[in-house]
Design a protein around this ligand. Structure first.
Ligand code: MEV
Length: 421
């Protein structure tokens, strides 16, 4: 965990503390201190038409204990309060912290077959040749196979469309510690010619599905009514907070408008870690939102209930397509440093932490919304941003922000008055 003084240190001093705790080497520390570490040639190789880099703040969420292990959680995000909210929620469920798990890292690759002459025969042919098709797929990634992964199954189903029925194949691939998109896409393309040959159909799309239903992560935690009461400095009693939060949960569970915002809050936290570790946050969001529809009604990704002791337990479950090898996790220097700060060496560990962060973020938003409202917590940082917009620099930022927050009058005009006065 971070020291009590961490908040009041300068960014450079904070970087040093994190480097000590995470046992970072001098190069990692230098990267933190230079606010980016993405050199021109690396950036130029990552995407096309590169003209520069776009820095975002990297903050460290504290107090996370996942499956008994303390973690410093790097978060890259532009929104104030996200890091503080996650840290606070994590602190409130100590000493136990979060219990989290993941399923096998099985991703789905889809192959779309059109102009299928005979669906029954095509499905039978795919089944008959499955062994050899999986072998062809696996020849494309011997490293993954040598580490115990690779293509493990091939399923088929018929879908009805306005352009006629289609046969959709799902190639299931154990991608181990990778996110897996490249490997899965390559495998799907590799087996398609043979599939066309044995089915007489035409293969159109061959692409990963981001609805990673076989690769999910779960986390749960319990917040005692005493900790909840303490979190409001006694302004609310614990039982009342539990009831209010259960009402908030029931709202999100039964109303898509609310569920959408609750899930947005979950991704505030998860995306920040996904981004910090060089993973694909769009993939994470796409999979999560569709997973939230799995009962047919769009709902929240979390669930809450009251324990027999009257405490509040929360749980989250969602697809978890993240990796610690391949892609930007290995090419972006900051992503590598952030993985060291997290102390993870497997996609499983990363997924467990991510699910915990998602739950923490949702809990924090719900607690604030069900008690004092969300604006109070936002006020200080929001006021500081407004002070900067009004032209404040250095110590003036905090001075003006504190006055505006106290006055509950946060706007650029007032900030300018205070700056000039
Ligand atoms: C704001 O970025 C996120 C929240 O709206 C999430 C929520 O309402 O649960 C506070």
């Amino acid at each position: 965990m971070l020291s009590k003084e961490f908040r009041n240190k300068s960014p450079q001093e904070r970087a040093e503390e994190v480097a000590t705790l995470a046992k970072l080497d001098a190069e990692d520390l230098a990267r933190l201190k230079t606010f980016g570490g993405l050199d021109e040639s690396t950036a130029n190789r990552m995407i096309e038409n590169v003209v520069g880099a776009y820095p975002l703040p990297l903050g460290i969420a504290d107090h996370f204990k996942v499956n008994g292990k303390e973690r410093l959680v790097p978060m890259v995000v532009e929104e104030p309060s996200v890091v503080a909210a996650a840290s606070h929620a994590a602190k409130l469920c100590l000493p136990k912290g979060f219990t989290a798990s993941t399923t096998q890292p099985i991703m789905i690759g889809q192959i779309q077959l059109v102009h299928v002459p005979d669906f029954r025969k095509a499905q039978a042919a795919v089944k008959k040749h499955k062994g050899e098709l999986l072998e062809t797929a696996n020849e494309k990634d011997p490293v993954m196979v040598s580490r115990g992964g690779g293509a493990v199954d091939l399923e088929s189903r018929v879908i009805k469309t306005s352009r006629g029925d289609m046969l959709i194949l799902h190639l299931l691939v154990n991608v181990q510690d990778a996110m897996g998109a490249n490997a899965v896409n390559t495998m799907c393309e590799a087996i398609s010619p043979k599939i066309e040959q044995i089915t007489g159909a035409k293969a159109r799309l061959r692409i990963l599905s981001n609805l990673a239903v076989h690769r999910t992560a779960k986390a749960h935690a319990t917040w005692t009514k005493e900790a909840l009461a303490e979190s409001t400095k006694g302004a609310f009693n614990g039982e009342a907070i539990v009831e209010a939060m259960l009402d908030a949960y029931a709202f999100a569970a039964n109303d898509a408008y609310r569920a959408c915002t609750a899930n947005k809050g979950i991704f505030n936290g998860m995306d920040a870690v996904v981004l910090a570790t060089g993973n694909d946050w769009r993939a994470m969001e796409a999979g999560g939102h569709v997973y939230a529809m799995k009962t047919g009604q769009y709902t929240t990704l979390t669930r809450y209930w009251k324990t027999k002791d009257g405490d509040l337990t929360g749980e989250i479950e969602l697809p978890m397509a993240v990796g610690v090898v391949g892609g930007a996790t290995r090419t972006h220097p900051m992503a590598k440093t952030n993985l060291k700060i997290l102390g993870v060496s497997s996609a499983k560990e990363l997924g467990e932490i991510l699910a915990s962060v998602g739950l923490a973020q949702n809990f924090a938003a719900m607690r604030a919304l069900a008690t004092t409202g969300i604006q109070q917590g936002h006020m200080k940082l929001h006021a500081a941003n407004i002070a900067v917009q009004a032209g404040a620099t250095g110590d003036d930022i905090d001075r003006i922000a504190a006055i505006m927050a106290k006055e509950k009058n946060v706007n650029v005009k007032r900030a300018k008055e205070l700056l000039d006065g």
